[in-house]
Design a protein around this ligand. Structure first.
Ligand code: PLP
Length: 236
């Protein structure tokens, strides 16, 4: 199957999942998780109509930016970001989805202020409380959003989660539901002028469940590009 065919199939599945729970399919964006795929594959995905691209590694982002690979679509950062690399990401991507510590928030604030711009971000929640994953605890989110004023060069657009790897549909429903509840709790507590409308969750294996639970952005790699060839990847 070509990338274009895969994107068309995923769009149809997204639409079916949205309609099945009474949601408007237009509320849900498709982010192509482009890690380990080259500029040509990225261009094919954009031509096929993905809403944005998500890159995991600073080195790949920088390389593909220099190749103008993302022309025609916004690019997001979705991987773990080290504070010493914020300069290569802040102002280069329209959304940093994977802000996983207060330390990183501060580093982004500093860099965005230096550039005189406002960086849109999502707060990453370690919703499965996995030791191997970074991210805020669910209980950290409300206090953080309440002090968003301390980060004048950052705009918190919402939340992102990578739940545990699931092998069966339905396995991650409880985590997706918790994430949705968290956005509801935030909306109840904070001023109307803080927008936390983006809920980024759902990947190749579980996006219909994520959509059923209120996801507004799914991040899909394998189902668009095919299996990643880790053997080829010398940087791992
Ligand atoms: C790779 C990746 C995805 C996509 O995973 P697939 O299972 O290949 O669809 C989504 N989100 C993040 C943060 C990723 O690193």
């Amino acid at each position: 199957m070509s990338i274009a065919e895969n994107v068309a199939r995923i769009r149809a599945e997204m639409e079916a999942a949205a309609l099945a729970c009474g949601r408007d399919p237009k509320e849900i964006q498709l982010c192509a998780a482009t890690k380990m795929n080259d500029a040509d594959a990225v261009r094919q995905a954009i031509a096929a109509g993905v809403d944005c691209c998500g890159e995991n590694r600073v080195q790949e982002l920088t390389a593909k930016l220099s190749q103008n690979a993302y022309a025609g679509a916004p690019v997001h950062f979705i991987g773990h970001l080290q504070t010493n690399k914020v300069r290569q990401v802040v102002g280069k991507v329209s959304l940093i989805q994977s802000v996983d510590s207060e330390h990183l928030l501060l580093a982004i604030q500093k860099e965005a202020a230096r550039q005189g711009m406002i960086q849109d971000i999502l707060l990453e929640v370690n919703i499965g409380q996995e030791e191997s994953k970074s991210g805020f605890g669910a209980e950290d989110i409300l206090p953080l959003v309440e002090k968003a004023g301390e980060f004048p060069n950052i705009c918190i657009k919402g939340l992102m989660a990578i739940p545990p790897i699931s092998h069966n549909s339905g396995e991650n429903l409880k985590f997706f539901q918790k994430m949705f509840q968290l956005t509801v709790d935030i909306k109840k507590k904070i001023d109307d002028n803080v927008k936390v409308d983006c809920l980024s969750m759902g990947m190749s294996g579980d996006f219909p469940d994520a959509i059923a639970c209120g996801s507004t952005m799914i991040r899909v790699g394998t189902a668009i590009f095919g299996a990643r060839n880790y053997a080829k990847d010398s940087s791992q």
